[in-house]
Design a protein around this ligand. Structure first.
Ligand code: SF4
Length: 339
């Protein structure tokens, strides 16, 4: 049984790499129990938004800074040094980036050390001993990163050597099972905590396929282009034209709200239909295909000519098209990532 009753408050301050998951919550609680003040940092991008981290930080009264790393993570997705996981997730590079960003904050803002909720051997790519050593080798302040959940299995860090952190109070958790962490949560009275699934959208095969297509066809990527990856069905109609088809009313609204002046928006005039968005308008041939796509996903019957209203750059235009079978259109659908 762990006794985490707080010791006398010391004049030390730690920065927690805080994901909001159970491991990072426990890491904070175990360091805090040593009398060390802890604040958290969450590195955010559209692929891993802040929601869970904010919620968990509130639950344990952890002051949390949010730092946007969208630009850096896109650069790593384009050219990962250490490869991808199951999707387009460059986990080793991403860990290294977060470590180095945390090091900068530690130095600039006077933290004594950094804590991370990583558990040895928990994730195949980024948390093997070999991977941790690789990250440690390149991280600007690796000797200052304490991993409370596996600390006893790892070489002593500088905060331990200096007596800031009591090594005997660290844990020796290893492997993928979360049994020990769940027992600890119960002992510490944590009633709710997030399940480990979900999280980073770069691991999602469909989002990864859409992102790969976007990177291949568009040079300057805007934050809203990344938000659009999460909505609708995506069709690559030709190198200049992608069409995003809303799947329901709620998605139609979100897609419309993310639209820009340069985008083309299409819908049928006489039948209920999805909203179809062509980012930056595409080309004329692509617009004709997008009109057919709009008709084909509407309630229009197979044998009728269908009128499509297209709004583009402040003007409205009517396109005439027909319904095509979804099987024929299927080859344009951006589906799961194939490696
Ligand atoms: S899962 Fe996503 S957020 Fe986590 S390390 Fe990998 S790329 Fe980064």
């Amino acid at each position: 049984m762990h006794n985490l009753s707080q010791k006398k408050v010391l004049n030390y301050k730690a920065l927690a790499l805080f994901s909001g998951g159970l491991d990072s919550i426990l890491a904070v609680l175990f360091i805090r129990a040593q009398g060390i003040q802890v604040e958290g940092v969450y590195f955010e991008s559209p692929f891993f938004p802040r929601n869970q981290a904010v919620k968990s930080a509130e639950q344990i009264n952890l002051p949390l800074k949010i730092v946007d790393i969208t630009h850096d993570i896109l650069a790593l997705v384009r050219h990962p040094r250490f490869g991808y996981g199951q999707g387009l997730n460059p986990c080793l590079d991403c860990h290294l980036l977060m470590c180095n960003k945390a090091c900068e904050i530690m130095h600039q803002e006077g933290y004594n050390f950094i804590i991370s909720g990583e558990v040895l051997g928990q994730r195949p790519l980024s948390q093997t001993k070999q991977a941790m050593l690789k990250i440690n080798k390149e991280c600007l302040c690796s000797d200052y990163i304490v991993r409370p959940l596996s600390g006893k299995l790892l070489p002593p860090t500088i905060p331990e050597q200096k007596g800031i952190v009591q090594r005997e109070m660290l844990l020796d958790i290893r492997g993928r099972s979360r049994k020990k962490q769940m027992q600890l949560a119960t002992q510490l009275g944590l009633k709710t905590y997030p399940s480990p699934a979900g999280g980073c959208l770069l691991t999602d095969q469909t989002i990864a396929a859409r992102l790969r297509d976007l990177l291949a066809h568009q040079k300057n990527i805007l934050p809203r282009d990344l938000e659009l990856l999460k909505l609708g069905r995506h069709f690559r109609l030709n190198p200049a034209t992608k069409a995003i088809v809303g799947r329901n009313r709620e998605e139609n609204k979100k897609i419309e709200a993310l639209g820009l002046y340069e985008d083309a928006l299409l819908e049928t005039i006489d039948y209920p239909s999805p909203l179809v968005l062509i980012p930056f308008g595409g080309d004329l041939d692509g617009q004709k295909w997008a009109a057919m796509l709009t008709a084909s996903y509407s309630d229009a019957p197979l044998d009728k000519s269908v009128s499509i209203k297209m709004k583009w750059k402040g003007e409205e235009k009517i396109l005439f098209t027909s319904v095509c079978s979804k099987e024929k259109l299927h080859k344009y659908l951006i589906q799961k990532l194939e490696k």
